[in-house]
Design a protein around this ligand. Structure first.
Ligand code: RP5
Length: 168
């Protein structure tokens, strides 16, 4: 298990170590914003008992959001959501054969009553899930709200400072 705090507020879980290259983008954002998190592999299909245990303990352990990334038959976010009231943010990881469209549809098409907030396929989705989790936490955390505002401001400044190459 990785993380930046003994008392994580956000759980970042993924179905396999092969998802790490994508899910690392979520961790980068949480780190940058100073959000305490933990990161670990929890597989819906290969370690179903661990999935249940993780979900059942999430609220009492103080997690306020779970970012769950998986690829292919991506059941991890939905099954977590079915076992915990903690908001689950799903990240479809790009799969080798179907480029993550399978992951996206597996995550987004939840039945009514058990929501998973679903993000874009791949790294942008992972980063945005972390930003979204931070925004939720910032509703009750003025310091984090300031850091989030600063992040957005610096992002805007970076874009405003960009130039295109001169015409040939
Ligand atoms: C899913 O199967 C994982 O989330 C991963 O995206 C995919 C492939 O896993 P590996 O075979 O690379 O471990 O459960």
């Amino acid at each position: 298990m990785a993380g930046n705090s003994a008392a994580p507020r956000v759980g970042v879980v993924m179905g396999s170590t092969s998802d790490w290259a994508t899910m690392e983008r979520a961790v980068d954002v949480l780190d940058e914003l100073g959000v305490p998190f933990e990161a670990r592999v929890v597989s819906a299909h290969r370690t179903p008992d661990l999935l249940f245990e993780y979900a059942e303990q999430a609220r009492e352990r103080g997690l306020q959001a779970i970012i769950a990334g998986a690829g292919g038959a991506a059941h991890l976010p939905g099954m977590l959501a079915s076992k915990t009231p903690v908001p689950v943010l799903g990240v479809p990881v790009a799969s080798r054969h179907l480029k993550g469209q399978d992951s996206l549809l597996s995550i987004v098409q939840m039945p009514r009553g058990i929501p998973v907030a679903t993000f874009a396929i791949g790294e942008a989705g992972a980063a945005n899930a972390a930003l979204f989790a931070a925004a939720m936490l910032a509703n009750h955390d003025p310091d984090l709200r300031e850091r989030l505002d600063a992040f957005r401001q610096s992002q805007s400044q970076a874009v405003l400072g960009q130039t295109l190459p001169p015409d040939p």
